[in-house]
Every structure is written in structure tokens, then in C-alpha cells.
Design a protein. Structure first.
Length: 114
């Protein structure tokens, strides 16, 4: 299983970014996917998840600003982040549970300047 994130970067507060995570080694259409983040000195927390059927869930601070989506044809999950705040600064990780194991990507840095 291989998860590769992209799309991070430096953005000003109020800006937007779209993160992508390309998955391989799994039957993507059958896999629930998630985005997590870990800020400096903090634990890794859930940002958004999407089930194989498309049901979504968000961290409270992301509701109304973040949208998780998936493209099964491309085996890719996305995280659209709008109205970004400095407190959104973190390394963002893609994750999935497959065959009783949890897999993580290498992470992509998101930095929001005030």
C-alpha cells in the first residue's frame, strides 16, 4: 500500500489549498480514506474522513471550510481547504485502514501565515 500526498504549501490566512492523496496497492473504491494533521508539538488529529460510499465526517473546526472528496477512477482523495487560518498550520497526512493495518502517507506541509 502506498499513499502519496501533494498540494501543500505556504498560503496567507484566508487563502485556499487543495491537497491530493494518490493511493495504490488497495482496492480504492472499497476503502475509507482520511486526512489527519499534526501541528508543531501536537498530536496527530483527524481532519476529515470519507467512507467508500461517500459519507463524510469533519473536525468541528473544519466544518464549512474543508471538503473531502474522492475520485475512484483516479484512486485519489482530495481535501479542499478554504478560509485557512494560522492554526491550520500542520503536516497533513492521508491514511487508510486496509487488511487490518493502518497506512499513512509521508505527509505534506501546510503553512498559513497571518
Amino acid at each position: 500500500v502506498h499513499l502519496v500526498e501533494s498540494g501543500g504549501g505556504l498560503v496567507q490566512a484566508g487563502g485556499s489549498l487543495r491537497l491530493s492523496c494518490a493511493a495504490s496497492g488497495i482496492i480504492f473504491r472499497n476503502a475509507a480514506m482520511g486526512w489527519y494533521r499534526q501541528g508543531p508539538g501536537k498530536q496527530r488529529d483527524m481532519v476529515a474522513t470519507i467512507t467508500d460510499s461517500g459519507t463524510t465526517n469533519y473536525v468541528d473546526s473544519g466544518k464549512g471550510r474543508f471538503t473531502i472528496s474522492r475520485d475512484n477512477a483516479k484512486s485519489t482523495v482530495y481535501l479542499q481547504m478554504n478560509s485557512l487560518k494560522p492554526e491550520d498550520t500542520a503536516v497533513y497526512y492521508c491514511s487508510t485502514n486496509w487488511a487490518l493495518r493502518t497506512y499513512w502517507g509521508q505527509g505534506t506541509q501546510v503553512t498559513v501565515s497571518s
